[in-house]
Design a protein around this ligand. Sequence first.
Ligand SMILES: *Cc1c(COP(=O)(O)O)cnc(C)c1O
Length: 482
Amino acid sequence: MSDALLSDPNGFDAEAFRREAHAFLDWVASYLSRVEQFPVRSQVAPGALRAALPLAAPEHPESIPALIEDLEKLILPGITHWQSPNFFAYFPANTSTPSLMGDLVSSALGVQGMLWITSPACTELETHMLDWLAGLCGLPARFLSSGTGGGVLQDSASSAVLCALLAARERATGGRANEEGCRGDLVVYGSTQTHSSLEKAVMVAGLGRRQLRKIAVDADFAMSPAALKAQIAADRAAGLTPCMVCVTLGTTSTLAFDPLPELATLCREEGIWLHVDAALAGSAAVCPEYQALLAGLELADSYCFNPHKWLLTNFDCSCLYVADRSALISALSITPEYLRNSISDDGAALDYRDWQIPLGRRFRALKLWFVLRREGAEGLRRHIRAHVALAARFATHLEHDPRFEIMAPPRLNLVCFRLRDNNERNAALLEALNASGRIYLSHTVLDGQYVLRFCVGQPQTAVRHIDEAWALIAGTASALAA
Ligand SMILES: *Cc1c(COP(=O)(O)O)cnc(C)c1O
């Protein structure tokens, strides 16, 4: 008999698992407690990891200590430490211990939550968590599952805007786009500051990139309602059909807020699907004092924010809310025979596969449930408020140094700044800072000017990290000037 037939397929060895898992939990605990010691941005050259790995997969099982040793030796040098308290680049990608434990349980259950019947708890916990979050953030009642709307977890804000666009496309074509393919007349609107995921969605949805209008922004980088209105009129006059407007609350470059109340009224008058993207800034709404930033959302058709950015929940976890779930479902639903079941047929439960592009889906709601229960609303608010205060502290440092200027109104956890000098000098400053390994910042370009972005959002970031980052920035600027 071969070894394969002798081994017991049901023999889960709980003792061995406990031993091995403990070794990894110890490693995780150790990593998170020394994350500050690593160079924040990975310092390796392209190809370094590939060169260190064996050419082929191992023939024989390897030991746990060998895996852990290679995590340290091979993987960590190639990691950019997003959990470092000195990570100020791009946007935060929070994790937390409740979140990682939720993901561990999800992996252990290993369920596919595509239909209600394939794991009822996966669907119902998700519906419930999205309702909880809507309540915490003060979202309009139309996004609650108790009415005609509801929320769903997507892998990313990019998927959320694509799903919203597909629903908008069905609505704008009277439900014919899925059947007949896309007509050439649909037009989508964002601003010059809208995230690139809108442009990608327009490409993927088959509308064609030239059908995307990038509306002008004002001096604060917010979309101009007058410019949008004029563009819509021009497109209608040319025989085109406005399909969707994407309004951003907290743009990627500067956290600018498009004037939602005015834009939403315009979309309502024009009968255009309104998608609101608050991927980063939306988490701030767990604090009552920031809920006014969402004014006008009661007129939106869809809304997205990412707990995987700033709400202590590790990637991936993006919330998409719709006011009319039937619009989304009719755009994305398809039922082959092998997925038919009486509960779905009766409409007695939600099947989230009809709310997203792929069929399969992970049990993401578990980590959200763990985070919301372990932190409580008060823990989440404390976390957001601490980061906003730290960003304000950094802005104060800048204001006291005449060599620097702040380039956009500082908002929430982001400060955009530059040396009062040319673009080359600012790019050199950023590269010197990032090459030091001590902090990590990213950049953007505003009106042709190279601008550094300082975004606060890691759970371990404290006052001393802000002050040390500032000292390093000020000192590096002096060294460059010398
Ligand atoms: C980060 C971000 C996105 C993209 O989010 P993903 O979840 O990575 O797709 C979209 N819009 C805004 C405003 C963002 O800040």
